[in-house]
Design a binder for this molecule. Structure first.
Ligand SMILES: *Cc1c(COP(=O)(O)O)cnc(C)c1O
Length: 373
């Protein structure tokens, strides 16, 4: 029968009347840039995350870039981050002129290993950039304690984690500032690109907003060299319709993850994701790990043959990427845990509305392929 990795068409069918009305509203008012939908969505996200400010921008990559630029991070500075994330995380560090410093990840959660951060701090360290990978928060309390002791800023890459919690607080409200993405496949997805910065820091919010708008605080007067990074009103209108459904969708992802936990328990040769008990994960992706790249290839091949969506997340850790060949002074670290994931960690379908029958179908294929591997 087949199972997609994610079913966005079902999500549209569920909300079609509301979404079409919201889109029609923007078209009828012809307010495409800025305006009440964008402002309304900023307020809704700030309220949802529990921050004082939210600044909309073009995408999650821009959100990260704008935060770092607004913090004045630049040439000669170092930012400590994880090698097991989407490339945009380190791209932004490079684009402000700084150098990423990688620490290894923990097994099971695939999040950065907070116990390795302190040893990576140098006089040049300006920020720590934890990524709540696959929708589970990094263990923030010890990380924030280290950062505070050294006077270093902390930026959350919360692009995969909208709605996730840590000790009762939502991702996006756990550090100095956070970046969100509304790329269509994210847990809260637009019909195109979109991004958001959340923070409690009024100055930082104002600086980021100015940089996103050509360094302008008064029209045609520029006191900085910024860029053009906006959330379209159409996207804001769509996201405003979807946001009230996010917690339910995230709950369905968590329930689906629990079903996999039950159906895959005790399967030889497969490592299941570990959920820490300090909060709720939102399972942007449900990631399993095989004992070898060959086994992953076998299982993924069987899934694809059965019409079941899967993909490697991520095929190659970031410190091993070719682009670092050309970074002056970059010394490739050895990060065994991240490297052990190369071509071995992949996603199983885990989306709101997936049925137990669909999950049983996925698990049957995985079990059969592993038995034959
Ligand atoms: C998606 C993503 C980004 C980038 O977001 P875009 O909106 O695609 O620019 C950054 N970091 C992580 C961890 C992501 O998953």
């Amino acid at each position: 029968m087949g199972v997609p990795l994610l079913d966005l068409k079902a999500q549209y069918r569920e909300l079609q009347a509301e979404l079409d009305a919201a889109i029609g509203d923007v078209m009828a008012n012809a307010a495409f840039i800025g305006g009440p939908k964008v402002k309304g969505f900023e307020e809704a996200v700030a309220g949802y995350c529990g921050t004082t400010y939210a600044v909309a921008c073009g995408n999650g990559t821009d959100a990260l870039f704008l935060i770092m630029a607004a913090m004045g991070i630049g040439k000669g500075d170092e930012v400590i981050t994880t090698p097991f994330t989407f490339w945009a995380t380190v791209e932004c560090i490079r684009h402000v002129g700084a150098t990423p410093v990688f620490v290894d990840i923990e097994p099971g959660t695939y999040n950065m290993d907070v116990s390795q951060i302190e040893a990576a701090i140098t006089p040049r360290t300006k920020a720590i950039l934890p990524v709540h990978i696959f929708g589970q928060c990094v263990d923030m309390d010890p990380l924030l304690e280290i950062a505070e002791r050294h006077g270093i800023a902390v930026i959350e890459d919360a692009c995969q984690a909208i709605g996730a919690t840590y000790k009762g607080k939502r991702a996006g409200s756990l550090a100095h500032a956070a970046a969100f993405s509304f790329f269509p496949s994210k847990n809260l997805g637009a019909a195109g690109d979109g991004g958001m910065i959340t923070t409690d820091d009024a100055d930082l919010a104002a600086r980021a907003r100015k940089l996103a708008s050509h360094g302008t605080s008064k029209k045609y007067f520029h006191d900085a060299f910024g860029t053009n990074s906006r959330l379209d009103a159409l996207q804001a209108a769509i996201l405003l319709v979807k946001l009230p459904h996010l917690d339910r969708w995230n709950g369905e992802r968590r329930a689906a993850a629990a079903v996999y936990g039950e159906l895959l328990a005790g399967v030889d040769g497969l490592e299941l994701p570990v959920a820490r008990d300090f909060g709720d994960a939102v399972y942007h992706l449900y990631i399993v790990k095989t004992e070898s790249a060959e086994a992953a290839e076998t299982v993924m091949g069987a899934l694809k043959e059965a019409g079941i969506g899967t993909a490697l997340y991520y095929p190659l850790a970031l410190h091993e990427q070719e682009a670092f060949d050309h970074v002056d002074g970059f010394v490739r670290p050895s990060l065994p845990m991240a490297e052990s994931c190369d071509a071995r960690t992949f996603a199983l379908p885990c989306f709101p509305g997936i049925t137990r029958e669909q999950q049983e179908e996925v698990v049957a294929v995985v079990r059969r392929a592993l038995a034959g591997a």
